[in-house]
Every structure is written in C-alpha cells, then in structure tokens.
Design a protein around this ligand. Structure first.
Ligand code: FES
Length: 212
C-alpha cells in the first residue's frame, strides 16, 4: 500500500483532501462500506469496528438496498461503488470485478430489472432500488433457465465473466433489440469473454429465447 506523504496546511495530503471532500458523489475513489450497526445515527462509532464489519468511516450515510428480494440496511461511504458494496459488505461475491472501469461487463447486475455495470454506479445512487445479482437468479438445485442454457451450450470457459454474461443475457431478452444472432452479439458487446466463448454464449441466450 502506498503511504501518503505528511500533510501540512499549505500542502494537504491526498488522504486529507479526500477526507474533506468525502461527500462528493462524483469522486471516483473506491472505498469500502460498513453495515449500519457499526455506526450510530450521528455517524460516529457506536461500537468498536471489527475487521468483519469493516472500518469506521466518517461521513457514512444510511441507505437501503433490496438485494435479491431482501432489504439490506447499510451505512456507506458516499464514494463506494455498488459493486464494492455488493461484494465487500453484503458478501455476495458472484458478481465479479474485472476492469472496474465499465469496459468488461463482469460486474453486471440488474437494477430495477435493467442491466447495469455496478462498478460505474455508486451504492448511494441506488438507495431504495431493487438489485438482482447472479445469486438471486437461481440456485444449484433450481437453476435459472439461462444458467442451465450456459451449461448446456458450454457458454463458459474460465468462468470469470460468466455471472455477468448470464445476468446480462437475462435482461437482454426483455429489451427491444431484435431476435437475430447478430442483434444478440451487438447487445452483448459490453460483456467481454477473454476465453472467446462468444458463439456458445449467443447459442445459450437464443436457446432461452426459443424456450420462453
Ligand atoms: S468490472 Fe465493471 S465493467 Fe468491468
């Protein structure tokens, strides 16, 4: 970890700068978020933070995310991305972090039924919204049809992008994009597969479309 140089009034350190501008939602710094019970209503620590609960964060704000049908009441640093909140605080790690820059689609989740790159969305912006992750689509004993189709069509290789591909594919079938393979390829172009399983991914999505 990089150590910040000491700060002075005339030369504030980067960390001091971020601390004083922590409520700026546009800040692109990724931070972790802490569950609501860690902090009191004043934003001060109500109990010593443990490593499991995450650090005590001055300026954290309360939000409620409805994730996979369950309300999660959290206090988040305003700079926390939805992706980091899902993975680090709610501990749903099926959603993957690939590029963290909106370029690979590994972090795709549904927000109110529409697919979103969660690395580009702040958790705070999703207060009160309905989030669906790969864990909310199906279970090992009751697979979502898209999960089953990916297995049947061999639509995954290393598996890292697969959750984003499946979540994206489910949303795609509700979008007005046209039923052709070319249309599916275009609409899935934001989901990168470094193994190159694109043909099989398209086949999986078209199989689900056919069986609807
Ligand atoms: S991790 Fe979000 S698009 Fe790559």
């Amino acid at each position: 970890m990089r150590n910040d140089p000491p700060s002075s009034p005339s030369n504030p350190s980067r960390r001091a700068f971020l601390r004083t501008t922590g409520d700026t939602a546009a800040a692109a710094v990724i931070a972790v978020c802490a569950p609501a019970h860690v902090l009191g209503t004043s934003g001060q620590s109500a109990a010593p933070a443990t490593s499991a609960d995450g650090p005590n964060i001055p300026g954290a704000v309360p939000i409620t995310l409805r994730i996979n049908g369950k309300d999660r009441q959290l206090r988040v640093d305003p700079r926390t991305t939805l992706l980091d909140c899902i993975r680090e605080t709610v501990a749903l790690t099926g959603t993957k972090k690939g590029c963290d820059h909106g370029q690979c689609g590994a972090c795709t989740v549904h927000v109110n039924g529409r697919r979103v790159n969660s690395c580009l969305s702040l958790a705070l912006m999703n207060d009160g919204h309905e989030i669906t992750t790969i864990e909310g689509l199906g279970t090992p004993d009751a697979l979502h049809p898209m999960q089953a189709a990916f297995i049947a069509s061999d639509g995954y290789q290393c598996g890292y992008c697969t959750s984003g591909q499946i979540v994206s594919g489910v949303a795609l079938l509700k979008e007005p994009g046209g039923p052709s393979d070319a249309a599916v390829k275009e609409l899935m172009s934001g989901n990168i597969c470094r193994c190159g399983a694109y043909g099989n991914i398209v086949a999986a999505i078209q199989q689900v479309r056919k069986n609807k």
